[in-house]
Design a protein around this ligand. Structure first.
Ligand SMILES: Cc1cc2nc3c(=O)[nH]c(=O)nc-3n(C[C@H](O)[C@H](O)[C@H](O)COP(=O)(O)OP(=O)(O)OC[C@H]3O[C@@H](n4cnc5c(N)ncnc54)[C@H](O)[C@@H]3O)c2cc1C
Length: 517
């Protein structure tokens, strides 16, 4: 007799645990008697990591899918809009050095590739606009501090593609309440003190301090950096990636606004420093600011000084929280009846906010491929592992690209980052191809790429990389390209006139709410 998979036990109540619970419970009708039964256990004493404030646009479809109102989300999670990221001082370190990685695709992409046209034009004209400004109206909108939509836009719909900045602590509790009240997830607040395996090697149950044994057909490890189930119990080794990505420390602080009504910057600002970079994220009531750096290249005290210089004298009294980051991931992600999601599966530095989106994609994949019997679980596990390994590899390449292209020479941190021994072979190969043609969808194999080819274009050209276009066939239609550039220029004029200031829209959402869909 095949053994049915009916119950899931999730260990961990951080963003990973609750997002996974929400995605699975909504899809598999946990609320009704016939659906999957989901239990989430989280410790009373071990807190959540509590950082992680930048998301991807995928969060919009995730929240919608699990039945959350966008208005409630803005009101409860101190959330704000995010158009993408502005990278300052990454290429040369000069005061004027910045570029954008917006969330919208270049005009006409992917059927039209404007990169060779822009390359030719920018090489002939010193006053050419930046790549992102030439092909996408979002940079102009960001520079003016505007929101991506109007108060009349329905929930989750945008004029510009957008993601969110959010308060990680409030977000986890907000999703928890929704999961428990509306989606039928059973919530146990208790410490897991033992994880017990059966004769086959599967996890049989987790033992808790007060609530006894919690069983399950599938166990999802969302226990954070400790990786209690997959790492400690199933003994899956950790693959250290610090030879490629050197960041291993974070100093995080919450910075008040000058005035209650200061505008809220509608993009993440990531400013390169001597030994890492500082994130600056505007929420409705405060900023989240943090310096991530390499402890191999500087000390915590020196990094703190750099962070203090960044936030200014006025905020000298703020005490940051120090977080140790171990750069890497588990060798495999699903073994037997145990799969890890979130920090339990691994973590790389927060550049490009790839962690929450990976949680959403992983939970979606588990949910969509949900094995109905224990006998088919190993097949699903094999597929999940292949897809997830591919995603980690792509994230590593994409993050490394930002460092590889830098021309900064002001510290060993930047110089070491360009050492060819620290660059993955897969990225070296891509760079070789991209010397002559721009990144395109053909360079990637997954239908659900973490970072599409357009993201690579924004970073490459933003960082000053230039292709040699002379080998490209002349079949390029410059009239079509001219029309696309003109269309972008027209959209820029239109939307910079119409879109409201980010703060104004956030105030209106608090007061009136967005139109329900
Ligand atoms: C400095 C920094 C900045 C970041 N910035 C971003 C960002 O901008 N964007 C982004 O996408 N991501 C970011 N991240 C990553 C993001 O914070 C995490 O991916 C996300 O919060 C998920 O964490 P988690 O739920 O896996 O782990 P945690 O939040 O650590 O939760 C672990 C849970 O496990 C529970 N637990 C542990 N042990 C036990 C036990 N024995 N018994 C019961 N329960 C237990 C804990 O109680 C807790 O509920 C950042 C991370 C860091 C460190």
């Amino acid at each position: 007799m095949a053994r049915a998979v009916r119950s899931i036990c999730i260990v961990g109540g951080g963003t990973a645990g609750w997002l996974t619970a929400g995605i699975m419970a909504a899809r598999h009708c946990s609320k009704s008697g016939g659906g999957l039964q989901i239990t989430l256990v989280e410790s009373e004493t071990i807190g959540i990591v509590g950082v992680g404030e930048g998301t991807w646009p995928t969060m919009r479809s995730t929240l919608k899918k699990i039945g959350i109102s966008e208005t409630d989300f803005f009101r409860e999670c101190n959330a704000s809009f995010k158009h993408g990221a502005k990278f300052a001082k990454w290429a040369t370190g000069e005061a004027s050095d910045f570029y954008y990685h917006p969330l919208m695709l270049p005009e006409g992409f992917p059927s039209l590739d404007l990169a060779p046209f822009w390359t030719d034009y920018s090489q002939a004209h010193s006053d050419a606009p930046s790549f992102s400004d030439a092909v996408c109206f979002q940079e102009a909108v960001c520079e003016l501090g505007l929101a991506p939509k109007l108060i009349t836009s329905p929930e989750y719909a945008g004029i510009a593609n957008y993601a969110y900045h959010l308060d990680a602590g409030r977000f986890a509790s907000f999703i928890r309440d929704h999961c428990v009240k509306n989606l039928g997830v059973r919530h146990v607040v208790d410490d897991v003190t033992e994880v017990v395996r059966n004769d086959t090697g599967d996890i049989d149950y987790v033992g808790t301090r007060k609530s006894g044994r919690l069983g399950g057909d599938l166990f999802i490890d969302c226990s954070g950096f400790r990786s209690l189930l997959l790492g400690e119990t199933m003994c899956v080794p950790f693959v250290d990636c610090s030879d490629v990505l050197f960041i291993d420390r974070a100093l995080a602080m919450q910075v008040p606004y000058d005035h209650e009504q200061s505008n809220v910057i509608p993009h993440t600002v990531s400013t390169a420093q001597k030994h890492g970079w500082i994130w600056d994220i505007g929420l409705q009531s405060r900023r989240g600011v943090g310096y991530v750096f390499s402890s191999q290249h500087t000390t915590t005290d020196a990094a703190l000084e750099e962070l203090r210089t960044y936030v200014g004298d006025k905020h000298r009294g703020l005490q940051p929280r120090e977080i140790k980051i171990v750069s890497g991931h588990r060798q495999t992600f699903w073994v037997g009846n145990c799969v890890a999601v979130g920090l339990a599966g691994g973590f790389l530095e927060p550049l490009e906010a790839s962690a929450l989106v990976l949680i959403e994609l992983s939970a979606d994949l588990i949910s969509n491929m949900m094995p109905l019997t224990r006998e088919t679980m190993d097949i699903v596990a094999k597929r999940f592992n292949a897809a997830t390994q591919y995603r980690w590899d792509r994230i590593i390449d994409f993050l490394k690209l930002h460092y590889l292209l830098s021309k900064r020479t002001d510290s060993k941190f930047w110089i070491d980052n360009r050492d060819p021994n620290s660059v993955p072979e897969s990225l070296k190969e891509q760079m070789e191809l991209w010397r002559y043609r721009a990144p395109g969808d053909q360079d990637f194999t997954s239908s659900q790429e973490m970072f599409p080819a357009a993201s690579y274009q924004y970073v490459l050209f933003g960082m000053g990389f230039r292709m040699e276009t002379r080998h490209q066939p002349l079949a390029r239609d410059s009239d079509v390209a001219r029309r696309a550039f003109a269309q972008n220029a027209a959209l820029k004029v239109k939307w910079t006139k119409i879109l409201p200031k980010n703060r104004d829209l956030l105030n209106k959402i608090r007061e009136h709410g967005l139109q329900k869909i």
